[in-house]
Every structure is written in structure tokens, then in C-alpha cells.
Design a protein around this ligand. Sequence first.
Ligand code: FMN
Length: 211
Amino acid sequence: MDFKEVVNTRRAVNLFDPEKSVEQSILRELVETAASAPSGFNFQPWSLIVLEDKEEKLRLQKHAMDQPKVSQAPVCLILLADTQGWMAGNRFADRNFDEMVKTGAMREEKRDWFNNLCQSLYGTDRETGVAFACKNTSFFAMTLMLAARDMGLHTHPMDGFDKKGVKDEFNIPDRYWVSMLIALGYFPEGGHMPEPKWRKTYDEIFVNFNP
Ligand SMILES: Cc1cc2nc3c(=O)[nH]c(=O)nc-3n(C[C@H](O)[C@H](O)[C@H](O)COP(=O)(O)O)c2cc1C
């Protein structure tokens, strides 16, 4: 599929073939492709909980407005966005700094300066941490959904769920924002694929707040 076909054939589908599972190798390829998404300073604050077991998916569904696709799709992903993914002491944040030093992009003596910079960008209050975590995790999510389409699968992103309910149900630590759920699988043969929905036009997308 060329890129435009991938983009134009993606839909948030409500139907999944419950008989057709997603091979582990396909899931791995999807996640590895999604991991190439960009992120601020390359912090990559995304993590996944993968649900394939019917009972587990039903445990999630009860917190997700009982949306049937959560359990009908062979795979449902819980996307976690780490609000502290930039913070010194965080395993991946520390590794990220080390990698920058290794490649010559940063000098070791800049560590405190860099940590302070990140603190001022992402750590001033809960909102900046959530924005950091969610915007970056959304790039991961979009890349995953496009990769899925490219590989013949379909997806449905969801934020219609009770965040606290999901966090409690799956023991998710407080520093994570549950950014979305993604149902993943194959569209059933003979199922009705919805038409593309309306979109803002080119002109409607631009704004200008000059007086
Ligand atoms: C962040 C996000 C959350 C969404 N949450 C839900 C949801 O909880 N339930 C649902 O049926 N659709 C949900 N959707 C799907 C949107 O309604 C859908 O993407 C939009 O109507 C455009 O349709 P399309 O994706 O088929 O082009 C969500 C989409 C996004 C991006």
C-alpha cells in the first residue's frame, strides 16, 4: 500500500473478526514500527499493556462504557503515557541522556542544566507533565494505527473509558496517564466498511488571531 492508501483506508472500525487472531510476530512488527515515532528530546514516554485474553478484555470493557469492540477485537491495547518520562532518575530518561552523550549530541557536564530545562518545560505542574506524556504517546499511537493499516489490520482508538477505573483494575501507577485504548484486529469478511467521515477543509484549518 502506498502512504495515501494507508491514510485513506484507515477508519475507526467497530467490527473485528473475532476468529482471526493477531500473530505475535505481527504485533511485534507493529509495535517496533510505532516505536520509531518522534518524541520531545526522544524521551519516548509511551508504554503498552496488551490484552488478548477474553476475560482480561472484558475486565477492561466494563470500564470502557461497555464498548463491545474492546473484547471483540483480538487485541486491545492500553496506551500509557508516562508524565515523568522526562525526569532524572527515570530509567529511560537517564538512558536517553547517556545516549546523547554517546553520540556527542550532549556533554556530560550539561546533565544538571538539561534536567533543569526539562523540569521547567514539563515539570512545573500536573498539566505540563500530562501534556508532555500525551502528545508524545499520541504520535506513537498514530504511527501504530497507520502501520496496522499498512499490514492489513484495522484499529479503533478510544478515550471513552473511566480513567480511574482502568488504573485501579490494572494496578497502573499514578504517574501514568491512560492516554487511550486501541482495539486491533482484522475487519470481518463481508462486513460493512463505513464511508470516510467529514473533515475540516484546507481553509477551515487555518486560524489567525491578529487584531
Ligand atoms: C483519541 C480518540 C478517542 C476516541 N474515542 C472513541 C471512543 O471511545 N469510542 C468510539 O466509538 N470512537 C472513538 N474514537 C473514534 C472517533 O470517533 C473517530 O476516529 C472519528 O469519528 C473519525 O472517524 P475515522 O477514524 O473513522 O476517520 C476516538 C478517536 C480518537 C482519536
